[in-house]
Design a protein around this ligand. Structure first.
Ligand SMILES: Nc1ncnc2c1ncn2[C@@H]1O[C@H](COP(=O)(O)OP(=O)(O)O)[C@@H](O)[C@H]1O
Ligand SMILES: *[C@@H]1O[C@H](CO)[C@@H](O)[C@H](O)[C@H]1NC(C)=O
Ligand SMILES: *[C@@H]1O[C@H](CO)[C@@H](O)[C@H](O)[C@H]1NC(C)=O
Ligand SMILES: *[C@@H]1O[C@H](CO)[C@@H](O)[C@H](O)[C@H]1NC(C)=O
Ligand SMILES: *[C@@H]1O[C@H](CO)[C@@H](O)[C@H](O)[C@H]1NC(C)=O
Ligand SMILES: *[C@@H]1O[C@H](CO)[C@@H](O)[C@H](O)[C@H]1NC(C)=O
Ligand SMILES: *[C@@H]1O[C@H](CO)[C@@H](O)[C@H](O)[C@H]1NC(C)=O
Ligand SMILES: *[C@@H]1O[C@H](CO)[C@@H](O)[C@H](O)[C@H]1NC(C)=O
Length: 667
């Protein structure tokens, strides 16, 4: 009597089971297989022989024994099986170790080891004829221990992991062309194992799941299995992992003794547990919300970033400014140039604001950026217009204004960088480096020629309004250059003409300037006179600590008693040119004349300095000590009367300018 057993395991998670053709197929869930090790059945009914853990094995056997012989000494019946598997490594190209279809005397192959032993044998029993184990291995690791041919082969194992015959994974397509297959590709493949008892031949055939069973088997072996297979045996699968986490799946299985295994209903196989699929579900459950979160947060942060950037680099640009385009700087560029207006780049703080050093990002030009805070927009237009027209001034004794930038409540002026800073640093408060007479005289002449250019060399008269040592900058060759011109106007503009909001610096302000609030060329000459005395004497025009408060009075007193050279900066010692020193001091006094009409023009000043014109003798008639003193006192009184607090502040910080006092007082 023959038992025809057909076992069908499929995705439907059912095992079709029949004892005979007459027998009714009964459905058995895949879960009815006897499992051990890490073998499990997934929620959607897949048989998962190994999960993603390393050095593990899993077995799944048909629970009941299958009769292969009529008697213990009889010959083995023909049998046939077909199954679909997937080997899915965690890392695309590294997997291990494989799946074996096994026929064994006991379920679960006790004593076997994982890894290269594939859950079939162990070191001691491998190769022992008493094992009675038949296997068809799908091996993904090359073990020289078992003479494996490569890391992607199919082999027939008889009591041993050293295959009796093996072949690289692949199949013979129609026409006999061999095509390679990769076992660990994560793609579903079908295996057929057929034993023909008449011919005592084992055929193993492999093919992609969507390919019909190839006519030519991959592998054949002539061997009577009667000595290996016992009368009653268990059939199933063994699988193991090594150091690479790999999942081994069986998607469907049919088995039959004495007959061909029923073809698997491939259309009803479960969706392949591909990396894509597996990962997709993970991506959907965890990854997707995470990615959405990520995208949303990136979006938000980029929006915030853009907004912050926008406000950070926001500028004020009005229609009337279009004409000044070329002179307009981008705030962003200035920001980058000054490294974000870093404290380290601060050159100094003047009456109008802080000055930063910078290097323009594209042109690499060194610049000085002055940040002038300006609350009201009043007069801004005229002022910018003037700044721009001044920017067109070119003279070697003028600090070049490169352009400007406007932001809310702020004006940024971009100048040529002057590496040696302002002149005042070399004059008073025990300077570390001082300038000798030759250098100072050169600076004086330079400044005079710069100022002459402003007054006469330009199509319109430009009044500097704030000449003083701290506004004279020294270039790399220690040439004196006029800086800061025109700025004082910013505080004149738009202010009530009745109130004397005078811009400029106390001690440099001509008396009539204080009275009328009107800046003229001769008020500039007056300031230049104070500057001359400042440079020659190394003292500020007004010193509050010293007894002789006002420099010009003191120099005048020296001159009056016939010892004008005593007024010179003691730092010179004997190293100065007497004629030049005397000339500068006397010229300083002449320019400081309280009567504007008595002051020389800048052209004359330059001629005196160059020696082209003899200096007229100072007459005590025009320059009476009392008159001068009175003029200055009168001037202070004016300021004091018009704005006592300003006066107070100006005196409290002797270096501060009136403009500054007004600014701080106004807020
Ligand atoms: N173009 C420049 N190059 C180098 N340093 C400068 C430049 N302009 C100004 N500075 C420095 O910044 C300081 C303040 O400048 P400024 O605002 O002009 O002063 P103040 O208002 O007192 O005249 C100066 O003392 C000088 O050291
Ligand atoms: C399969 O298992 C179920 C219960 O899990 C049981 O009801 C059924 O009879 C089993 N089938 C076979 C063929 O063993
Ligand atoms: C694999 O299976 C074993 C035994 O069932 C279990 O302990 C382990 O957590 C599983 N590992 C994973 C990654 O699922
Ligand atoms: C089976 O063969 C063995 C020896 O190969 C013998 O000892 C035994 O008697 C035989 N049994 C039957 C039932 O033929
Ligand atoms: C190897 O397997 C055999 C048969 O299952 C078992 O009897 C033996 O104890 C195992 N040996 C080792 C070292 O595990
Ligand atoms: C094969 O196994 C049997 C029983 O486990 C043992 O007695 C025998 O010595 C083994 N033979 C070899 C060659 O290891
Ligand atoms: C198939 O694989 C073998 C080695 O495994 C290789 O030598 C051969 O070139 C491959 N053939 C094709 C068509 O990829
Ligand atoms: C075995 O081979 C013989 C001769 O080739 C053939 O007639 C027979 O049908 C085969 N049996 C099976 C079960 O395929």
């Amino acid at each position: 009597m023959f038992f025809n057993i057909l076992v069908v395991l499929s995705l439907l998670p059912v095992l079709a089971y029949a004892q005979d053709t007459n027998f009714v197929y009964s459905r058995v869930r895949l879960a009815n297989l006897s499992r051990d090790g890490v073998a499990s059945v997934t929620s959607n009914g897949l048989l998962k022989l190994t999960n993603d853990t390393k050095q593990q094995m899993g077995h799944a056997f048909h629970p009941d024994p299958v009769q292969f012989k009529n008697s213990p000494n009889g010959s083995v019946f023909s049998f046939s099986t077909a199954f679909v598997f997937v080997i899915q490594p965690q890392y695309a190209i590294l997997g291990g170790h494989g799946i074996v279809f096994v026929i064994a005397p006991q379920r679960g192959l006790p004593g076997s080891l994982p890894s290269q032993h594939l859950g079939m044998f162990n070191e001691t029993n491998n190769g022992n004829d008493t094992n009675h184990v038949f296997g068809v291995e799908l091996d993904t690791i090359q073990n020289s221990e078992f003479q494996d041919i490569n890391e992607n082969h199919v082999g027939i194992d008889l009591n041993s992991l050293t295959s009796a015959n093996s072949a690289p994974a692949g199949y013979y397509a129609d026409g006999g062309k061999f095509k390679n297959l990769t076992l660990i590709s994560g793609k579903a493949m079908q295996v057929w194992v057929d034993y023909n008892a008449t011919e005592t031949r084992i055929d193993v055939t492999l093919a992609p799941v969507n390919v019909q069973k190839p006519k030519i088997p991959l592998l054949s072996l002539r061997r009577d299995l009667s000595s290996i297979i016992n009368q009653n045996m268990y059939v199933g699968f063994s699988s193991s992992t090594g150091s690479m986490p790999t999942s081994h799946y069986v998607l469907g299985w049919s088995f039959r003794v004495n007959g061909e295994a029923q073809a698997l209903a491939l259309s009803q196989l479960p969706k392949l547990p591909r990396i894509g699929k597996k990962k997709t579900s993970r991506v959907l459950t965890i990854g997707l919300p995470l990615m959405v979160l990520l995208v949303v947060s990136m979006l938000i942060s980029s929006v915030v970033y853009v907004i912050r950037r926008k406000t950070k680099f926001a500028e004020v640009l009005e229609d009337w400014e279009r004409d000044y385009g070329p002179h307009r700087f981008k705030y962003k560029d200035l920001y980058i140039a000054t490294k974000g207006f870093q404290e380290q780049e601060l050159l100094g703080t003047g009456g109008f604001g802080r000055v930063y050093r910078g290097i323009l990002p594209t042109s690499k030009i060194e610049i000085a950026v002055k940040r002038v805070s300006h609350e009201s927009r009043q007069g801004m237009r005229e002022f910018v217009a003037e700044i721009i027209s001044i920017g067109r001034l070119r003279h070697r004794n003028i600090v070049l204004l490169l352009g400007y930038c406007r932001r809310k409540g702020e004006l940024l002026l971009v100048y040529d960088y002057m590496p040696n800073g302002s002149l005042d640093k070399y004059l008073y408060n025990q300077p570390k480096v001082t300038l000798n007479w030759r250098q100072r005289f050169r600076v004086i002449k330079g400044v005079a020629s710069g100022l002459l250019y402003l007054h006469e060399g330009w199509e319109q008269v430009v009044i500097h309004r704030d000449i003083k040592a701290s506004n004279i900058l020294l270039d790399a060759d220690l040439n004196g250059r006029l800086g800061d011109f025109g700025l004082a106007r910013l505080y004149d503009h738009g202010s009530d003409p009745q109130s004397t909001h005078i811009a400029g610096t106390l001690g440099y302000l001509a008396p009539e300037h204080m009275r009328t609030g009107k800046a003229t060329r001769s008020t500039d000459v007056y300031a230049f006179g104070a500057f001359l005395l400042e440079v020659a004497c190394g003292r500020k025009p007004i010193e509050l600590r010293a007894e002789d408060v006002i420099l010009v009075d003191w120099v005048f007193a020296c001159w009056d008693r016939g010892a004008i050279l005593e007024a010179r900066d003691p730092n010179f010692g004997a190293e100065f040119v007497e004629e030049e020193m005397e000339l500068v001091l006397k010229l300083g006094l002449t320019c400081s004349h309280s009567d504007p009409s008595m002051r020389p023009s800048m052209r004359q000043v330059l001629q005196y300095l160059e020696g082209d014109l003899p200096m007229p003798e100072l007459s005590s008639v025009g320059l009476s000590s009392g008159g001068l003193t009175f003029a200055h006192r009168e001037g202070f009184d004016d300021v004091a009367m018009s704005s006592p607090s300003t006066m107070y502040k100006a005196f409290a910080h002797s270096s501060s300018s009136v403009a500054e006092s007004h600014l701080s007082g106004g807020r």
